[in-house]
Ligand binder design. Sequence first.
Ligand code: GLU
Ligand code: ZN
Length: 281
Amino acid sequence: MTFRTRFAPSPTGPLHLGHAYSALIAFRQAQAKKGAFLLRIEDIDQSRSRPHWEEQIYDDLQWLGIKWQRPVMRQSDRASAYKSALNQLTDMGLTYPCTCSRADIQAAASAPQEGVPQFGPDGRIYPGTCREKTFDLQDAAPVVRLNMHKALQRISPPEFDEFGPLYRGTHQLDPDHLQSHVGDIILVRRGMASSYHLSVVVDDAAQHISQVTRGADLWEATQIHVVLQTLLGLPIPRFYHHDLIRDAAGKRLAKRDDARAIATYRDAGAAPQDILNLIGL
Ligand code: GLU
Ligand code: ZN
């Protein structure tokens, strides 16, 4: 199988040093393995995405010497693919509409118990209030969730292979961990064609991605993706979680720190090599 990896930025702001690091790691691996490097514009959140940021993504990547296969996939073109994945999960009886407000969730989840986490990779862990709701509500519901408990009963705990430096090896998903630390994730929000988790697995499969390259901050999200891939009968790619770059004081660089936007360095007269030096590549 040819090696195919991708960089999947959201056009909701400028690319930063951390993005440059991620894109270059993926691009260099594709080159070394004579594989393909793809770009995907994750503009699923149309309320925050701007064409102008998308243009700047192309400019910045080109300036860094990165080349990608065309055509570029854009999530805003893919609503029907997400809809059929959602229908597939609904037909399996694994989804339910949720009408809880943020405040409802917080109230139901209060009285924190020791050792039980309140937040997971998908935000506050959902207490399950709407789990028994029926489907006629689906179209009107603010969100549709995955019933994680039922979902995990449908599959045997899948494995995935990790090739990054931090977690290298084969990992088997732990159903207890997924229920207590992740819970009933959101699949679709009203006004958006899909959640991040659903769109990313549908798109990685559609782009025949053999290795998902991403930051270690998405390690928990990856476990959600492996569950969805298994439920949907999609191939499970290999994964490569890279470390996160840090500033001189050892603090993780935030993704949204405009002082570290690539464009800010470019405008100040930096050369691409200066960026490589800054990120240690
Ligand atoms: N759009 C996501 C981000 O920029 C994609 C990450 C991924 O799935 O690898 O964080
Ligand atoms: Zn609810």
